[in-house]
Design a protein around this ligand. Structure first.
Ligand code: HEM
Length: 441
């Protein structure tokens, strides 16, 4: 039976029975982690635990999601009442729903912060570029997961957010309409849409996510672990057990405690039963798409979508765009890179609200350029102006700060990130009836 023991235990069978559980646990850990890790990688600010927290939240979502499936009913007639029953009749049903809801929303935030961390540390170049792409795919998957889950309660919020969200999709040239038709299974949000979203949410997407995550983790090991600054390699190496495992357990306990307390205090929202005849005013997409919805208020839908696609493509091509590995592992590259990042972020914070106000109250390009078709005056022109603005920021940082290419990119991406954040915040808090600007207090 020696071969069987070797299959279970990484370092041979334990000598005594009472050590068996610990040996099984250790063996499991060593199937996921290398036996030793670089000491520098264990410093918390190296990763902020963000990849691990995202993985933990995924596990919470799978477990809570499977439990919810026991009572949820994916039919238009019964979906809402089954969720109501979870909220009022099923013991701990409301807490379970809140845990699932908030873990899903938190995962969007932690996955994006993890992306920012990897970018800041320059962990997307050379051998890690494949994992960067896989990571982007995972982020997209997390968004689609959230989007498909949004419809399931079949309340007003769900129905209209998905109606607006799939409406946004149709602006995408060529692919938009077929994707929307495929998702909805018909021209509007109805029973086929609920069935499709449920199948995607509980069957297809989890399988893709589990394969994607497994590959992502495997590649982190294969690419030599997390990115470290050159001066810390060759680094002293510490054993994974107990050093890394203790940190992971600590972060997991804090995350789970925070999530549970939050879920106990703030229940998941549930509005009135979906009513296709009564759209709420304003009808908004899910919060993570409100940046794009805000763009749509300022330019032609095609231009807004093209800008979003260019942003996504830019992120995917980042490893080709910035290949300078000299400053790998140093947050924001150098003191100049940090300054460029701060300037970019500050400009994003100042200019984005300013441009929103100017476009809302003073500038109306289609009226001003009445001779041009709106696709040009309200589409091509704002698109080109935005791209020219971004190019000017990059050039300004290069010449003004004498920043290297990768330092100026830090500034440029800080600008874009903060601008997207501001647009999302405007969409969430400052848009009221008929999507007009309002003060939230
Ligand atoms: C569900 C989403 C995700 C999970 C669970 C996840 C998990 C992880 C974990 C556990 C690590 C190693 C430790 C750490 O860095 O925290 C890691 C590393 C990495 N991740 Fe992710 N990740 C996710 C999404 C992403 C995204 C959106 C990107 C970027 C587009 C990305 C790119 C990378 C890269 C390039 C590395 C290796 C480089 C380095 O750590 O310095 N990941 N990921």
């Amino acid at each position: 039976m020696a071969w069987f023991s070797r299959l279970i235990y990484r370092s041979g069978p334990p000598p005594e029975d009472r050590h068996r559980m610990r040996a099984v646990a250790n063996s499991l850990i060593l199937h996921l982690h290398p036996p030793r890790v670089a000491a520098g990688a264990l410093r918390f600010p190296r990763t902020w635990g963000l990849g691990g927290i995202s993985a933990l939240l995924t596990m919470v979502l799978v477990v809570s999601g499977v439990l919810l499936m026991f009572r949820y009913d994916a039919s238009v007639e019964r979906a809402y009442s089954s969720v109501q029953a979870l909220e009022t009749v099923v013991p701990f049903g409301s807490l379970l729903r809140a845990i699932h809801h908030w873990a899903g929303n938190l995962l969007v935030i932690t996955a994006v912060l993890h992306l920012v961390r990897v970018f800041a540390a320059g962990g997307f170049r050379a051998e890690r570029r494949m994992n960067w792409l896989i990571g982007l795919g995972l982020l997209l998957l997390v968004l689609v997961f959230n989007f498909t889950g949004y419809l399931l309660p079949w309340d007003q919020l769900a129905f209209w957010a998905i109606t607006v969200g799939t409406g946004l999709l149709t602006y995408m040239p060529l692919l938009g309409q077929p994707i929307s038709d495929f998702l909805l299974g018909g021209p509007e949000v109805a029973q086929p849409a609920l069935r499709n979203f449920y199948a995607l949410h509980v069957a297809l997407l989890p399988v893709i996510l589990i394969f994607g995550l497994s590959y992502h983790f495997w590649r982190v090991r294969k690419d030599g672990g997390v990115t470290l600054p050159a001066e810390s390699t060759p680094a002293p190496r510490l054993t994974t057990i107990p050093h890394l495992v203790h940190i992971e357990l600590g972060v997991a306990l804090i995350t789970l405690t925070g999530l549970f307390i939050f879920a106990m205090l703030v229940p998941a929202p549930l509005e009135d039963l979906a009513n296709p005849a009564h759209p709420p005013n304003p009808a908004k997409a899910a919060w993570y798409f409100l940046g794009v919805q805000e763009l749509l208020l300022h330019m032609h839908p095609l231009a807004a979508l093209l800008l979003t696609l260019i942003g996504g493509l830019g992120l995917a091509l980042l490893p080709l765009w910035d290949r300078d590995t000299a400053d790998e592992g140093i947050y924001f590259r150098s003191p100049t890179g940090r300054l460029a990042g701060a300037i970019g972020a500050l400009w994003g914070l100042l200019f984005t609200p300013l441009l929103v106000l100017v476009d809302e109250y003073w500038l109306d390009l289609p009226t001003l350029l009445v001779l041009l078709p709106t696709l040009v005056s309200n589409g091509l022109l704002p698109l080109l102006l935005t791209l020219a603005g971004l190019a000017a920021i990059y050039a300004g940082l290069r010449s003004g700060l004498r920043a290297r290419h990768s330092e100026a990119l830090v500034g440029l991406l800080s600008f874009v990130g903060v601008a997207l954040l501001v647009l999302t915040a405007v969409g969430i808090w400052l848009r009221g009836e008929n999507m007009a600007l309002i003060w939230p207090w």
